[in-house]
Ligand binder design. Structure first.
Ligand code: NI
Length: 139
């Protein structure tokens, strides 16, 4: 970890007002912490844009397990990708709907392709791949 550097930022006052509203809505104690998070988010996006090396993410799926063959298809896809699936959680939301959260760590391109394959599987009602980081490249 490097030393802390202070730097000045010139901003339009209306933009700063909107940013302060954002900080309050998100419960940031200081502007500095909010800015640090914005920078980290940008750096994580950059890691994903370059799709370089090992990354981490979570995939959420909602589907009706009564749909013919769907549960089996989703399980088969996941078994084919067991190398990048660290863990998964299955919750029976109601009589029909299941929610699955799959934790992924591995090659960025493989994670993105797997996410898209599962989300686009016929019968999946909603899917979301949240791309994050292993944290190794961040402070
Ligand atoms: Ni279920």
């Amino acid at each position: 970890m490097g030393k802390t550097i202070r730097f000045g930022v010139s901003l339009d006052s209306d933009l700063l007002t909107k940013f302060d509203e954002h900080c309050e809505e998100r419960s940031y104690q200081t502007r500095s912490e909010a800015i640090r998070d914005l920078i980290r988010n940008t750096l994580v996006e950059r890691e994903w844009d370059s799709a370089d090396g090992e990354q981490a993410g979570t995939l959420t799926l909602v589907y009706d397990h009564h749909k013919s063959g769907l549960s089996q298809r989703l399980t088969e896809i996941q078994h084919d990708a067991h190398d990048v699936i660290q863990s998964s959680l299955h919750v029976h939301l109601d009589h029909h709907n299941c929610l699955e959260v799959i934790i992924l760590k591995g090659d960025a391109e493989i994670i993105k392709a797997l996410g898209q394959k599962l989300i686009s599987t016929k019968g999946v009602k909603h899917g979301n791949l949240a791309l994050t980081t292993t944290g190794k490249g961040l402070i």
